[in-house]
Ligand binder design. Structure first.
Ligand SMILES: Nc1ncnc2c1ncn2[C@@H]1O[C@H](COP(=O)(O)OP(=O)(O)OP(=O)(O)O)[C@@H](O)[C@H]1O
Length: 557
């Protein structure tokens, strides 16, 4: 381990994404060459399409000879297809690369964001972003290629219209401008419906968690099951569908309005031609109408892609919000391959100096403050932390473990304060089995560690249930007490200098409970490790060197 203070990760621009636009630009920046190339190819395709229309128009007027028409037609067809194809492929690649970058970055954010922030965000909201928002972005990336080509063709056509007749172009621009303005207003309405539907997705994820994690309880409690099904799930699902439908309806109306503007231009120009045939050449008008009708396809493609763009914008906002969770030390701190594999030196002591930690009062609860308190944990000692339910024991160990950073006071490692950017290094000193622990079954080395694992499995009556094979346990489908014993074995194998148990013995039968306090803890201590145990087992408090009693968030006695 590098000593705290010497290994802060570099500061990063990705630490906090400010807005969806900033996020989109940042995501596109690494692929700017490809973006530029597809834009150029799209422009080439658009210009070739416009020229193709000019050639067709000339041919319809009977201008030019057959041979030059055939060459120009063939060459421009090829250029248009090539440009469109290359632009489509380029934007499809960029789209997928962006989705990969977003997925990677989101996962990295979750792995590195402060625990307190993740606890506030709640799992169901994280899942909604990891699933729905990334899917929305992915969906948009699929229409992106067609959209790019459609924009290029539309621009090429508009360019040709200017050449064909500047006055008619101005009229077209005016009417289309009105159409676009009206469309934008309606689109905002549709966007608001999509945003409301997205907010309801968070609720849906919460209900999904309830039906999967609470499956057993729901089988037992019919009224709750019926309530969850009808009042929560069905209602939320229907609400989302209604909001989406209303959003899509508005978008559809907006698109029809856009098409109406195009028809209005065509109708208006034809009427003007009839009214003043001498002022506007009939051939110009037929060319104009031909181009406008041709433009309708790409324009509708653009309008059709807007709902998808709308959802992607909302998704980007959510992703940016999650990104703003902040990290503890820069660009993907603590995620570089090979990091943290070295031996971790043992500190002589860790001191919490006048620390406090505050859960602010909120709609969800009255708030709670731990501390201010001062305590020192020394190398090789065993400490039991005890106190009534809700007095702050788990909060205290989260502070000791560096999972929460104190709202006031300092944590000192051998007398030196742990500074911002050093917490991830600091946390590598510890192994812990939390009350709500997750059992990871992999990452075991073979050889000496395998022999030690076999010995421990035997000692904890698990040798007949599971075994270490290819660096992971063959099964973790065990009883609650057995799983917790396996978690203890993993902790022992990790070899970290400080080990923390949050009410480990709660599920164990008297025999294992006795063995935990009288054999496991002394063994860990003999290895020179510091042992911290959160416990309500009064009969075993004497097994530890020292007892820390908490009362209402303060040290008692
Ligand atoms: N994430 C949180 N947000 C807001 N308040 C919290 C949060 N976690 C805990 N609290 C509050 O902080 C107080 C202390 O909680 P903590 O889990 O540290 O208690 P504890 O002593 O470990 O309790 P127990 O013996 O029941 O495990 C509780 O009153 C709880 O309501």
């Amino acid at each position: 381990m590098t000593a705290p203070g010497t290994a802060p990760a570099p500061a990063s621009s990705s630490a906090a994404a400010a807005s969806p636009l900033a996020l989109a630009l940042r995501l596109l920046r690494p692929f700017w060459r490809l973006v530029l190339l597809s834009t150029l190819m799209g422009t080439l395709g658009g210009i070739a399409t416009a020229l193709l229309l000019a050639v067709i128009n000339r041919a319809l007027r009977g201008e030019g000879d057959m041979v030059s028409f055939a060459w120009a037609f063939g060459g421009l067809c090829l250029a248009a297809l090539l440009g469109q194809g290359a632009a489509g492929l380029g934007s499809a690649i960029v789209g997928q690369k962006v989705v990969v970058a977003v997925r990677r970055e989101l996962v990295a954010h979750i792995l590195t964001a402060p625990i307190a922030r993740l606890e506030r965000l709640r799992v169901h909201r994280l899942m909604a972003t990891l699933g729905g928002d990334v899917d929305a972005l992915s969906g948009f990336s699929l229409v992106l290629s067609g959209l790019g080509v459609a924009v290029a063709i539309t621009c090429g056509c508009l360019g040709y219209l200017v050449l064909l007749s500047p006055p008619l172009f101005l009229v077209t621009l005016l009417v289309l401008g009105l159409g676009v303005g009206g469309h934008a207003r309606m689109r905002r309405l549709g966007q608001a419906r999509f945003a409301a539907a997205r907010a309801a997705e968070d609720d849906l994820q919460r209900h999904y968690r309830a039906i999967t994690e609470g499956a057993k309880e729901l089988r037992l409690n019919r009224p709750r099951r019926i309530r969850l099904f009808h009042a929560d799930l069905e209602a939320t699902i229907t609400r989302i569908a209604k909001l989406r439908l209303r959003g899509l309806g508005v978008f559809l109306g907006a698109n029809l309005f856009g098409s109406l503007a195009l028809f209005a231009v065509i109708g208006g120009i034809l009427l003007m031609t009839r009214a003043a045939p001498e002022a506007i050449g009939v051939e110009d008008v037929s060319g104009f109408v031909l181009v406008l009708l041709f433009m309708k396809g790409p324009m509708q493609q653009i309008l059709g892609a807007l709902p998808s763009l709308g959802r992607a914008q909302i998704a980007l906002r959510r992703i940016a919000e999650l990104g703003a969770a902040g990290q503890e030390g820069g660009d993907l701190p603590g995620l570089a391959p090979g990091m943290g594999e070295g031996a971790v030196p043992m500190p002589a002591e860790i001191t919490l100096e006048a620390v406090s930690y505050r859960f602010p009062e909120s709609a969800a609860g009255p708030g709670f403050t731990l501390g201010p308190l001062t305590l020192t944990l020394r190398r090789g000692e065993s400490v039991v932390i005890t106190g009534e339910n809700g007095c702050g024991k788990t909060t205290l160990i989260k502070l000791i473990l560096g999972l929460y950073q104190p709202t006031a006071g300092r944590v000192l490692l051998d007398g030196r304060p742990v500074r911002a950017g050093e917490w991830d290094e600091y946390r590598q000193l510890f192994s812990a089995v939390f009350a709500d622990y997750h059992l990871f079954d992999d990452g075991m080395a073979e050889g000496r560690q395998a022999a030690e694992a076999a010995r421990l499995l035997d000692a904890f009556d698990l040798a007949t249930k599971t075994a270490l094979k290819d660096g992971r346990f063959t099964t973790t489908d065990l009883s609650a007490g057995e799983r917790k014993r396996l978690a203890l074995i993993l902790l022992a194998l990790e070899g970290r200098p400080i080990v923390v148990f949050d009410e480990w013995a709660a599920e164990q039968d008297p025999g294992f409970r006795h063995r935990f306090y009288h054999t496991v803890l002394p063994d860990l201590k003999r290895q020179g490790r510091t042992v911290i145990v959160v416990s309500h087992d009064e009969g075993y408090f004497d097994c530890a060197d020292r007892r820390i009693v908490l009362k209402n968030g303060k040290l008692a006695g």
